[in-house]
Design a protein around this ligand. Structure first.
Ligand code: ZN
Ligand code: ZN
Length: 479
């Protein structure tokens, strides 16, 4: 059993559960802790710490490109903010990554109907030769169609792939767009293509392209790769539909520029009983350079910070620690998350549960988890506190906690995913429209409420959620 901290008992005057609930591996949460979580939830709906954090970071240090001057500035900013907010311990852990820089980018249809195109280079793309790359377009509707194409039809040409994404609550079409962006250029290069263009991985019809990283497989020559805004992609398709060869010119000045050592910045509320065990949350500190990185992902850190701040205001720290991480360089290869996993994965049992935020801050509509079966009842108790926020518990889906936590989850950390409404998100994601005005303060408070409840109850639970080395290997369904 876990004794209720005296100060909390006085505050809420609810006796703690006294049964030996940890027996048999069953994880339980005491009624008194549920009562505290309900108060945290209600307080979060009136608290603007997350908004203030997000407003501050995205206003004072927008365009947080990994390895840029803003990389260091953002780490200094977040370190000072963590200390100001009253975390017990703030530190950094170095992360080394290759740096990619964007200098300039332009494109045009040269013939038959000259037209400027709105494009943006993909992260990790090399530059075009001086003077630009001109070539004939060969078009495919999907990545699979490109995969099936004969190399002769592609060689020396500029590949265009026009796969489309539809806005959906679960955002699942991003799987189509991000797979195309990540793998398309490498596949095209493998068939001898000179360059690569895709219809942006987005759901909007703004004349704004969506950037994002691509990845060239070992042994494949990197080729210039860029994303077209949706209207520009459709312009190319209409010209192609007229049956004449379409020539475009692409001028990208960008490329790799050595390596850089940044850091994950970590803040902790130290637990009162088992301080070496912790609930792990956070978001990534880096962003693309087209917008201000407000929705991706200043607000993700803001949500965690807002939740932790409310818990810090309780009369006593919860039993376990709560750890907030501002991860380094997620965008070009999850470098911060991987470094965290490398350093802490061998002690994975200490990370009792993890859940990050990296999908904006629209309303959370469901929770899912990958945890040991004996902790499902405790998850149901947490879900009952979340229910008034409009959050359902999907016991079938196996949430993995987020990209920055993938290495820890793979090492055996139990994970919870909070599923946000992604209907609006992929219209703005990785574009110049990633700005603060896209965040609805009321929906953001609902996010903070959910994380405050989850973090507090995970830190107070009597028993664990199944984190141990190799715990979930082979158990994860693909979903
Ligand atoms: Zn992100
Ligand atoms: Zn992103």
């Amino acid at each position: 059993m876990r004794l209720l901290p005296l100060a909390l008992a006085l505050c809420f005057a609810i006796p703690a559960s006294t049964d030996a609930s940890a027996a048999g591996g069953q994880t339980r949460i005491a009624p008194a802790d549920i009562a505290v979580a309900e108060r945290l939830r209600d307080a979060a709906l009136k608290d603007d710490t997350a908004w203030d954090f997000t407003e501050g970071l995205s206003t004072e240090i927008p365009m947080r490109m990994p390895g840029s001057a803003n990389d260091l500035k953002s780490r200094e900013w977040v370190t000072a903010k963590f200390k100001e907010l009253g975390f017990d311990k703030v530190w950094s852990e170095p992360v080394t990554y290759p740096v990619w820089v964007r200098r300039s980018e332009s494109a045009e249809i040269v013939s038959p109907f000259p037209q400027k195109l709105v494009v943006t280079a993909l992260g990790n793309s090399p530059a075009t030769p001086p003077g630009g790359l001109a070539g004939e377009i060969v078009a495919f509707p999907t990545l699979d169609a490109l995969k099936a194409a004969a190399a002769e039809s592609v060689r020396g040409k500029i590949v265009y792939v026009g796969a489309r994404m539809v806005a959906r609550q679960d955002g699942k079409d991003y799987g189509i767009g991000s797979t195309l962006r990540t793998n398309g250029p490498s596949i095209a290069s493998g068939k001898g293509a000179a360059g690569f263009l895709l219809r942006s991985a987005g759901t909007d019809h703004e004349r704004l392209p969506h950037t994002g990283a691509t990845r060239f497989a070992d042994g494949v020559a990197p080729i210039p790769a860029a994303a077209l805004s949706a209207p520009d992609a459709e312009q190319i398709e209409r010209v192609l539909a007229r049956g004449q060869p379409v020539r475009v010119k692409l001028a990208l000045d960008c490329g790799m520029d050595g390596t850089y050592t940044g850091a994950n910045v970590i803040a902790e509320l130290r637990g009162s009983k088992q301080p070496d065990e912790y609930f792990l949350t956070g978001g990534h500190l880096d962003s693309w350079d087209l917008g201000t990185g407000a929705i991706d992902d200043a607000v993700g850190i803001g949500i965690s910070v807002g939740a932790a701040k409310l818990i810090a205001q309780l009369p006593q720290r919860p039993a376990r620690s709560i750890r907030v991480v501002a991860w380094a360089n997620e965008e070009s290869g999850i470098h911060g998350g991987n470094a965290y996993g490398e350093k802490h994965g061998k002690e994975v049992a200490r990370a009792v549960l993890g859940s990050e935020s990296d999908l904006g801050a629209d309303r959370i509509y469901k929770m899912s988890a990958t945890v040991k079966p004996e902790s499902r009842d405790a998850l149901a108790q947490i879900a009952a506190v979340l229910k008034p926020l409009g959050i359902d518990y999907d016991t079938q889906f196996q949430g993995k906690g987020g990209a920055d936590l993938a290495a820890m989850h793979k090492a055996g950390m139990a994970a919870v995913s909070m599923h946000r409404d992604a209907t609006r998100y992929f219209a703005w994601h990785h574009t110049a429209n990633d700005t603060l005005d896209k965040i609805d303060p009321e929906q953001l408070r609902q996010n903070v409420a959910a994380y405050a409840v989850l973090a507090y109850l995970a830190a107070q639970a009597d028993g664990d959620f199944g984190s141990k080395p190799g715990a979930f290997v082979g158990q994860d369904k693909k979903n």
